[in-house]
Write a protein that binds this ligand. Structure first.
Ligand SMILES: [Zn+2]
Length: 426
């Protein structure tokens, strides 16, 4: 059982293209290292442009470095977007993001063949998109390209933001030839396929997940301020050691989850900078970022309150100051019911069982969902591992995901979600 568009996909060509991308920024342990607007990221994007042009797409880049490969069947009509991101975390996995871009390219090429043959009569055009800087590791925040495109973030401010070396987004984009021109087209939906980055599909033995909502996420920018002194000359009682206090704070962040429910709340500290970071100096300051995510808004608020209370106690006990500022707050966002239903139908069209999921991680489709009806589907991730070189999804699962999004974009270009409002906050 399969749709015409899905049948027009060549799994071999898709897999050859997908596996080819892993050469750009390849790491020794079979992962990739392609942070936003680095040379390696620039190279894979140039390859993507060349491959899309070979398949007959027109390619353009917008002012925040998003790349669009378009097929314009009817000039002036809006575009259905399908894609994900080609950037990665440092020592990241080869499936996260890249899969969705190459899947989108092959699904759109198959759809084009059906339009050319007169099997599909589209009301809209199609664009495969590679969103700039989804990962947010080199330049923050994450979901940068999609958020600016959706108007959720200011272009100029974003272009002026810098990486840890002081290089601006503008300079980095320019160095990879991706500081583009404004793109003037309307959009009629956004589709993304991504690896799950969790193990719910694997546990359930189901090949396709349909995302109905994203988890509430927020970060805390935390600064622990003690006092710098000589490690040899300062007795412990006289120290105000920022690193000891910060270490306790990191443990407190994790403990908070176990005081709540580890199935519905997660927290992390992923960055940690010590000043002055000298072996003979009691640390003066530690800067770190706390990340809190939960299935329900209330749980993030509750976790945040517990963490701040613990921080206050640590600050008092260790005679330091702990400042915590809210940052990058993203409430629970729901995909339109019609989008979820349509994705389940598309999975059934390919003979697959599918299950409804929420996403803990942010995705470009979550940002786009604020301005257009968006569809986000997942394929299984082995052991749920992601943002790691050990990330893995089987070829068979990758191919089925391409077929399902081929069906989804076929339905979208024929206007199936055209009267649906965008999704958004609960
Ligand atoms: Zn991703």
């Amino acid at each position: 059982m399969t749709t015409n568009t899905a049948a027009a996909i060549s799994p071999e060509e898709f897999l050859a293209d997908f596996h080819h991308t892993t050469l750009y920024g390849k790491t020794e342990a079979n992962g990739i290292d392609r942070q936003a607007a680095t040379a390696e990221h620039g190279q894979v994007r140039d390859w993507f442009q060349a491959r899309a042009e070979e398949l007959g797409f027109d390619v353009s880049t917008d002012p925040i470095g998003n790349i669009f490969a378009t097929k314009t069947w009817t000039p002036g009509k809006p575009y259905v977007l399908v894609g994900s991101h080609l950037d990665s975390q440092p020592l990241g996995g080869r499936f996260d993001g890249t899969y969705g871009v190459i899947a989108g390219l092959h699904a759109a090429a198959a759809l084009n063949s059906q339009v050319k043959e007169g099997v599909v009569e589209p009301q809209f055009n199609i664009a495969v998109v590679d969103w700039f800087n989804e990962e947010g590791s080199r330049f923050t925040p994450s979901l940068m390209g999609s958020s600016v495109f959706a108007g959720l973030q200011d272009l100029e401010t974003t272009l002026d933001s810098t990486d840890p070396e002081g290089i601006t987004v503008r300079e980095a984009l320019k160095s990879t030839g991706r500081l583009g021109e404004p793109i003037d087209f309307e959009i009629a939906g956004n589709v993304e396929v991504h690896i799950e980055q969790g193990r719910r599909l694997e546990r359930a033995g189901v090949p396709i997940g349909v995302v109905e909502r994203s988890w509430f996420t927020q970060k805390l920018l935390v600064t622990v301020i003690g006092e710098q002194s000589h490690t040899g000359a300062t007795l412990l009682a006289d120290r105000r050691d920022a690193l000891i206090a910060a270490s306790k704070a990191v443990i407190a962040v994790e403990e908070t989850v176990y005081e709540m429910d580890p199935e519905t709340v997660v927290t992390s500290v992923g960055t940690f900078n010590v000043e002055p970071n000298s072996p003979i100096v009691v640390p003066r300051q530690v800067d770190m970022v706390v990340d809190i995510r939960a299935d329900q808004d209330d749980d993030v608020a509750k976790a945040r309150a517990i963490i701040l209370e613990k921080f206050a106690a640590i600050a008092q006990e260790r005679n330091v100051e702990i400042r915590a500022d809210d940052y990058d707050v993203r409430p629970v966002s729901r995909f339109p019911e019609e989008s979820v239903e349509l994705a389940h139908k598309a999975a059934r069209d390919e003979g697959h069982e599918s299950m409804t999921l929420s996403t803990l991680a942010g995705h470009d489709a979550v940002a786009m969902n604020r301005v257009t009806p968006a569809v986000l589907i997942f394929v299984p991730s082995e052991n749920g591992i992601s943002h790691s070189e050990r990330e893995f999804t089987r070829d068979e699962d990758l191919v089925e995901g391409v077929k399902v999004i081929a069906g989804i974009i076929t339905r979208l270009v024929q206007g199936e979600l055209k009267d649906v409002s965008p999704g958004g906050a609960q």
